[in-house]
Structures are given as structure tokens and as C-alpha cells.
Design a protein around this ligand. Structure first.
Ligand SMILES: *Cc1c(COP(=O)(O)O)cnc(C)c1O
Length: 340
């Protein structure tokens, strides 16, 4: 019996019914290159193929489906970009107003994607926490409904549908690699997968600077970390000091949480592009980076990694493909051509 996390396998199954035909059934494809690295079958779950270019549409649709459009003034959220796009998409579908609060660290391509869906965008401060303050104020003072990017039971249930799809397609799966930021994705997938197969390994991976969930698990309680620019911009931000769901899920259900460097992320983005011809954000490749760098020492196969999104800045991506250096804020990453 799974312990009580305030979100259940039944919630995830209900979410699956909500998103069916809109945000489900993304492809699960083999990667011969990564299979060689893993020493066994290695699969990629292509959430970059979602209509908004990222998995966050699953959680956003599930949460917004709970609201009655005739009774709510609108929804508000903070976001590193992809959650905001998911909320904007789901809110537009249901005729609900959306205000998305983001920091100046969010790449322009993500801001533009949200505006194109008709949502109002507010750029506040230099961290996800600054943006969160404004979303929180809109809810407290102006009556908007908050849709947390990760600490909401409907959002977690929505992200968890990826776990159901993985195990339905491959009941023999032994390991799942999941990028971790606020932990809604990893928590939801681990809850779904371990409810169906308690022996499956679910490993979380983050970038090594500003990894709030990793620091919190080690501290034994949610802690704040400093947010810095990263190739994995979608993984920035804290987990909330009064975290209600995702911290306990990640602490109790993840078998490990590993950290990778910017250089390791850079190399993994190149590998995924040159070997599998996939354009993926830095946030998606942290698991692949952990495997390629040897930080993930052994991996039971068949294994799968979630390719969580594709909403990246194409100028930066072109630099990476060409092996050039990349500068993000005060972060500088020394490039090198693929394979060297
Ligand atoms: C949000 C996001 C993640 C991390 O999800 P959490 O639920 O916050 O841990 C990973 N990859 C991408 C592309 C994302 O947008």
C-alpha cells in the first residue's frame, strides 16, 4: 500500500481522462546511441511533441478543468516559462483569463509563446520567487485562482499521467530518469510508477547550482537556494518553504537525486541532437548528462528518460550545436565541438 501523500493513483487516473485526446499519448522511441551507453534498451518519452512544446500542459489542463469558468475571475501563476504556457493554453480552451508572472531570467522565446496564447504576462524581479510573490498577491488581493507550477494536487496528478503511459507501453520498465525542479513531474511519475510496480527505480536529476529539491531533501525540510542562470532554465526556482505535496513525494519516492554541471548539460544537448536529431531544452537532458558523465554509475534497463520540452532559444542552441561558448547572465560555459 502506498502511503498517503494527498495525491493518489486514482487522482492520476482521473487526470488521464481529463487530458485524453488533448495532451496524452506522446511517442516513446528507442535511442540506439543511449542504449549503447546504458548497456541495455534506453527509451525517450517525447513530451517535446506536446502542443505547447512541453509536458506542463498535462498538469495545467487537469487543474483548470476543476474550475467553473462562470464563477472565476481568472487564474494566476508564476512560471519559468513552460507552466505559464500550459496555463495560458488550458485557460484559453476554457475561456478563462490568465495572468502569468515570470522573472527576467525567463528566455524571450518562452515569454513570446505565452503572449501568443492570449495570456497577460508580468515580468517581475530576477528570480522565480519574485514572480511567485506577484502571483500570490494577485490571488490574495484581487481574487485570482492560483495554479502552482508543481505544488498542487491536480498539477501533480496531471504530470503523473506520464508514469501511467510509460508503464502501459512498457510494463517491464526498470528505471525512469526524470528532471527535477519543483518536483511535480518527478513526484507524479514516481507515484504512478511505484503504485503499479514498487520495484521500479525513479531517479531525479537537477543542475548543480540552485537545485532546491536536492538541497531540501538533504536538509530534511524545504530550504531556499540562490537562483542562477542555467542552460536548464526550466529547472530554476525554489520548492516553496510551505511545500504541501511535491517535497514529501520526492523525498520518499525518488531512489536518488543527482546533480550535473553546465558543461555536462551542454554535451548532452549536443549528443541528443547529433545522435537522435532531437532539439531539447537543457532541462530535458540532465538525466542523459548524468549517464554520459558517469555520475549515474549503473542503470537497470529497460530505462526511459523524459524529454520534457523544446522551448529553447534557437540562437543559443545553434551556438551549442556549433561547439561555441555560451554566456547566460554571469554563467559562462566553455564550448567544444561534438565528440571532442
Ligand atoms: C517544469 C519543467 C521541468 C521540471 O518539472 P517540476 O515539476 O518543476 O520538477 C522539467 N523540464 C521542463 C522542460 C519543464 O518545463
Amino acid at each position: 500500500m502506498m502511503q498517503d501523500f494527498g495525491v493518489t493513483l486514482e487522482d492520476i487516473k482521473s487526470a488521464r481522462a481529463v487530458i485524453r485526446g488533448h495532451a496524452d499519448a506522446t511517442p516513446l522511441i528507442p535511442s540506439p546511441f543511449l542504449s549503447q551507453h546504458a548497456g541495455g534498451e534506453f527509451l525517450l518519452k517525447l513530451e517535446n511533441m506536446q502542443p505547447i512544446g512541453a509536458f506542463k500542459i498535462r498538469g495545467a489542463m487537469t487543474a483548470i478543468a476543476q474550475l467553473d469558468p462562470s464563477k472565476v475571475k481568472g487564474v494566476a501563476c508564476c512560471s519559468t516559462g513552460n507552466h505559464g504556457r500550459g496555463v495560458a493554453y488550458a485557460a484559453r480552451e476554457r475561456g478563462i483569463k490568465a495572468i502569468i508572472c515570470m522573472s527576467s531570467l525567463v528566455p524571450k522565446v518562452k515569454v513570446d509563446g505565452i503572449k501568443a496564447l492570449g495570456a497577460e504576462v508580468r515580468i517581475i524581479g530576477t528570480s522565480q520567487d519574485d514572480a511567485w510573490q506577484e502571483a500570490e498577491r494577485l490571488c490574495r488581493e484581487e481574487g485570482y485562482i492560483d495554479v502552482s507550477p508543481f505544488d498542487d494536487r491536480f498539477v501533480i496528478a496531471g504530470q503523473g499521467t506520464i508514469g501511467l503511459e510509460l508503464l502501459a507501453a512498457r510494463p517491464d520498465l526498470a528505471t525512469i530518469l526524470v528532471p527535477v525542479s519543483g518536483g511535480g513531474l518527478a513526484g507524479g511519475i514516481a507515484l504512478a510508477a511505484k503504485s503499479l510496480n514498487p520495484d521500479i527505480k525513479v531517479i531525479g536529476i537537477s543542475m548543480d547550482r540552485g537545485a532546491a529539491m536536492h538541497a531540501s531533501i538533504h536538509a530534511g525540510e524545504p530550504v531556499d537556494v540562490e537562483e542562477v542562470a542555467s542552460l536548464a532554465d526550466s529547472l530554476g526556482g525554489g520548492i516553496g518553504l510551505d511545500n504541501a505535496y511535491s517535497f514529501a513525494l520526492c523525498r520518499d519516492l525518488l531512489d536518488d537525486v543527482l546533480l550535473v554541471t553546465e558543461e555536462e548539460i551542454y554535451k548532452a544537448m549536443q549528443a541528443l541532437y547529433y545522435e537522435d536529431r532531437i532539439i531539447a531544452e537543457g532541462a530535458c537532458v540532465v538525466g542523459i548528462a548524468a549517464m554520459m558523465s558517469g555520475k549515474l554509475k549503473t542503470i537497470e534497463t529497460p530505462a526511459a528518460a523524459i524529454i520534457t520540452g523544446r522551448n529553447l532559444d534557437m540562437d543559443m542552441f545553434t551556438r551549442i550545436v556549433n561547439g561555441e561558448d555560451v554566456t547566460l547572465g554571469t554563467t559562462r560555459i566553455n564550448g567544444s565541438p561534438y565528440g571532442q
